[in-house]
Structure formats: structure tokens, C-alpha cells
Ligand binder design. Structure first.
Ligand code: PLP
Length: 494
């Protein structure tokens, strides 16, 4: 399988090259040339497998130059019992007859980013060998909260890598910030950026494409790589859990084989829902993809109008991992639906120049066929958490609540009651104060004491990695202006 840039199909890359580079030289996203189809009895076969084997089966279809043995070792290391607190890895919790919640937060940082970021370091290390890269990878990450910790945890002490995470200074939850600034490991760095997530992400992209900085780094034996979801090695492991969830539902006789399902995903950078779209392309019986946004509803508007416009107020919401106005992975979808790199490049140039673009009528029709977009504000997010808890005794976090609200809006609007899989992207304990408030608590403890308060309120224990934050030493306090992010790179590489 060859990989190409979404902005130019003339140059081709191997999977290992795509994973090592992270981003194409022309600024496009490295993407498979085509999406392979699941063979006829694949779902039947996958149904009987453990999650680790499912990952090998599906990833192998995209990674020809990796052997089954290699991928098996990676999957066992990434998704083993020392990392995930559920043997199912990504278990499906049935909320009611036709609503199923795919829990993606059983890993070491309690958010869905672990599903990919526990795998990526293995893929990257092997890719460095396969591409005969001799330099050390300096991985830059911009995070809206969860990617940063997931990447730090995945890459800590991985040989021939250094990792540097930038987070928006006042844009992440207390627990998220503590998770990052207490990170252990000899090859890690963390800096707060004065600005929002888009500032951090733009800053990282600039560092990537700054020839002077690249040269300075090369002189010291480093090259930049990315652990953001622009890296194909991040998207690919995410395909696995949609196919896995579908197979679980067949296995448990909650759906019949080949029965179409709807998939609803709380969306920020568009990586997670893009993976669901690729699963559809592979042949998974998905009827409709439901794209859920918070008050930063640039994608909802885009799906309704065909115009992407980031010129709007940015809101800090209680689902901070979705506080994003530039959804990078949308570019891969535009490419998948048009197959036309020149068209995609045109849209992306307009986005960079004016902050907006309008897609062709033809593309708009295609988008409409696969995707429905809905959004909700913080008030509805909290109402949804409360209703879910009171009605079903099921505790969800703020991001997952945005998705449940979107599903409800979709069902009310269309009357479509087909079985739905809702992606649950974080443990409710990562966003304790908002969740406690939603459950009607008024005196909310601060910092880690809120974990105990939520446990006391619900009778559920806090996940072990969060409880263990207590007593950890704060290792990182650097704050940088958004145009001085290079300073943090220099302090990490010394
Ligand atoms: C990253 C994240 C999202 C958004 O996922 P994308 O792939 O960026 O669309 C949603 N919820 C949580 C908890 C996240 O960490």
C-alpha cells in the first residue's frame, strides 16, 4: 500500500515513511492511496478474536511492510493488561436496547487518545529502522488536553525519541494539566502556550515548516515528527475499535450480521470520526455518521452549509478537548470524497488565507450523504450527563455527553431508531467538576479532591492512574508566548 499527500499524488511514500514524517513536505496529510475493502467473511473472523488480534488483522491491511509477527508484538505491548484496565480494551456498554456506548478510555491516561498513542511509538520506532533514519525523532505535540498526556505516556523513555508537548495555558482541566506537568521520563518536555489550542497547533505547524529551525535541529542530530492526529499512525489504530465494536454487537446478538448502525462521535480535530468514515469505506455496515460538536460548532455549520468558516468567536467550554476551530483531519475526508488533490489544495489555501472556504455542490452532496452534524452548549451537556445518570445509572464525561445530545437531536429530527454506537472518549473522572455540577453538587472540591467527591457521590472508584497523581512532583513550569515556542524546543534539546 502506497501513501500520498492529500495535496499532491505525484510523490508516493511507504507506510514507514508516512509514519516517520508525520506530514507531507507540501503541507498536505499523508494518506493511503486507496482504502482496502474488508474481505467477505472478515467480520465473522474478527468476531472471534481478542482486541489485540483484531488490531493486527486490520492494521496489516494498511501496513504491508510490517510483518504479522511485528504487529502482534506491538498490539500485545500496546493493549496489554498492564496498560488497560479492561480485558476487552475497548468494551461496549449497552445503555438501552438500541444505544451502545463504546468506551475508549480504559488506557493509562483515561482518554481515547491512548487507543492510538499506545500503538504509535511502536510503529514509529520500527519505521525509523525501516527507513534507515539515523537521526533522533523530536516529536512535537499541540494538545487541547488529552493528546499531550497520551503522547507523553506513550513515548516516555522510547529510545531515539524526544517528545515536547504544548498546551494552551488556561485551556485544559486541572486534572489534565496535572497529568502533564507531573510526567515522568528522561526524554520528555512540557510547555504552556499563552493562547488557545489553535495557536498551539499553528505554532507547531510553523516550527515544522521553518527551514532554519529544521536545519538547526539536523545539526544537532534531530528531525521533527508529529504525534498529532495528522500522523497516519494515529488514525489507523482508531479504525480498529469501530470494527471491533460492531463485531462485539454481533457476537452478543445485539444486532444481526450486516445490520446497519449509526455511529456518533464527539469531534474536535476530526481524527476519531474520520476513522469511522474509513471503517465505512472498508465495508463496515454504517448507515450514518453523526458528528457532534460543542459550542465551537464550526463543523456543524460546515455540514449544514458547505462553508467552512473559522472566523468566529472561540469559546472555552467544559469539553475542552473539542475546543477547536481548525479540524486538521477534515482535509483527509475532503480528499477521500473528491480524489482530487488540486481541489483539496485550493480549499486549504483559502483556509490559510482567509479562514474560510466553500466546497463544490458535488462535494457538499457527498458530505450530506454520509454525515450529519449537531452541536450543543455547556448547559445541554450537563443536562445530558444528569439525564444519563438518573435514567440509566451510567456516568459519562462532558465530551461523551455532547455526543449523546447529538444522537438525541438526530433521532428526534429523523425518527431513525437504528442501533447507534456512541464513542465515549474520556473517563468522567477527568472532568470531575463539570460532572459533579451536572449531578447537582454545589460545593465542589478543587484539584484532586474532586476525584474523591465524585467517587463518594456515585460509588464508583476513580481510575487508578488519576488517583495516583496525588503526591507526584511537578516537573514542568515553562510558559511560552505563541511566537516563541522555539524556545521550548531549544530548552528540551539543550
Ligand atoms: C481528542 C478528543 C476528542 C476529539 O477527537 P478528535 O479526533 O480530535 O475529533 C473528543 N473527546 C476527547 C475526550 C478527546 O480527548
Amino acid at each position: 500500500m502506497r501513501y500520498i499527500s492529500t495535496r499532491d499524488i505525484a510523490s508516493q511514500y511507504s507506510a514507514a515513511q508516512a509514519i516517520t514524517q508525520g506530514l507531507a513536505q507540501d503541507g498536505g496529510l499523508l494518506t493511503p492511496y486507496y482504502i482496502p475493502k474488508l474481505p467477505g467473511k472478515a467480520l465473522e473472523d474478527i468476531k472471534a478474536m481478542a482486541y489485540q488480534q483484531r488490531a493486527v488483522y486490520i492494521m496489516k491491511m494498511f501496513l504491508e511492510e510490517f510483518s504479522v509477527k511485528e504487529l502482534t508484538d506491538f498490539a500485545n505491548a500496546a493493549y496489554g493488561p498492564d496498560k488497560f484496565d479492561s480485558p476487552a480494551v475497548a468494551p461496549v456498554h449497552t445503555v438501552d436496547g438500541n444505544t451502545h456506548c463504546l468506551e475508549l478510555w480504559h488506557g493509562p491516561t483515561c482518554a481515547f487518545k491512548d487507543m492510538a498513542l499506545q500503538m504509535l511509538p511502536h510503529l514509529l520506532s520500527a519505521s525509523l529502522v525501516k527507513t534507515e533514519e539515523e537521526k533522533t525523532a523530536c516529536i512535537l505535540v499541540a494538545t487541547s488536553g488529552d493528546t499531550g498526556k497520551g503522547a507523553l505516556e506513550g513515548f516516555k523513555d522510547v529510545p531515539r525519541t524526544k517528545i515536547l508537548v504544548f498546551y494552551p495555558k488556561d485551556g485544559v482541566s486541572q486534572v489534565q494539566e496535572l497529568q502533564m506537568v507531573t510526567q515522568e521520563g528522561g526524554n520528555v518536555g512540557v510547555a504552556a502556550v499563552v493562547g488557545n489550542f489553535d495557536d498551539a497547533q499553528t505554532g507547531v505547524k510553523k516550527l515544522f515548516s521553518d527551514p532554519a529551525v529544521r536545519k538547526e535541529l539536523a545539526g544537532q542530530g534531530y528531525f521533527f515528527s508529529s504525534a498529532n492526529s495528522i500522523n497516519w499512525g494515529r488514525v489507523l489504530p482508531q479504525l480498529v475499535y469501530y470494527i471491533s465494536a460492531y463485531c462485539d454487537l454481533i457476537r452478543d446478538e445485539k444486532i444481526t450480521p450486516d445490520q446497519p448502525v449509526n455511529i456518533c462521535v464527539p469531534t474536535g480535530n476530526f481524527g476519531n470520526i474520520l476513522a469511522a468514515y474509513y471503517a465505512l469505506e472498508m465495508g463496515l455496515p454504517i448507515k450514518q455518521l453523526i458528528c457532534a460538536s460543542n459550542r465551537n460548532n464550526v463543523l456543524t455549520d460546515f455540514l449544514h452549509t458547505g462553508t467552512y468558516d473559522r472566523n468566529r468567536t472561540f469559546y472555552n467550554t467544559m469539553s475542552p478537548s473539542m475546543d477547536i476551530l481548525i479540524s486538521s483531519n477534515l482535509e483527509r475526508l475532503l480528499f477521500a470524497l473528491t480524489g482530487d488533490p488540486a481541489e483539496v489544495k485550493g480549499y486549504m489555501e483559502q483556509l490559510a488565507g482567509t479562514g474560510r472556504y466553500q466546497v463544490s455542490e458535488k462535494l457538499r452532496e457527498k458530505l450530506k450523504k454520509y454525515f450529519k452534524g449537531y452541536s450543543c452548549d455547556d448547559h445541554t451537556t450537563q443536562q445530558t450527563i444528569r439525564a444519563m445518570y438518573n435514567k440509566h445509572g451510567y456516568l459519562i464525561d462532558t465530551h461523551t455527553a455532547v455526543a449523546f445530545s447529538a444522537l438525541e437531536q438526530y433521532r428526534n429530527e429523523t425518527g431513525d431508531q437504528a442501533p447507534a454506537i456512541v464513542a465515549s472518549t474520556a473517563s468522567p473522572f477527568k472532568f470531575c467538576s463539570s460532572v459533579l455540577e451536572a449531578l447537582g453538587e454545589t460545593n465542589i472540591a478543587s484539584g484532586l479532591d474532586a476525584l474523591d467527591q465524585l467517587s463518594a457521590k456515585t460509588g464508583q472508584p476513580a481510575p487508578a492512574p488519576l488517583a495516583a497523581l496525588r503526591g507526584k512532583e511537578i516537573r514542568f513550569t515553562q510558559v511560552v508566548e505563541k511566537d516563541r515556542m522555539v524556545d521550548a524546543v531549544r530548552s528540551l534539546l539543550g
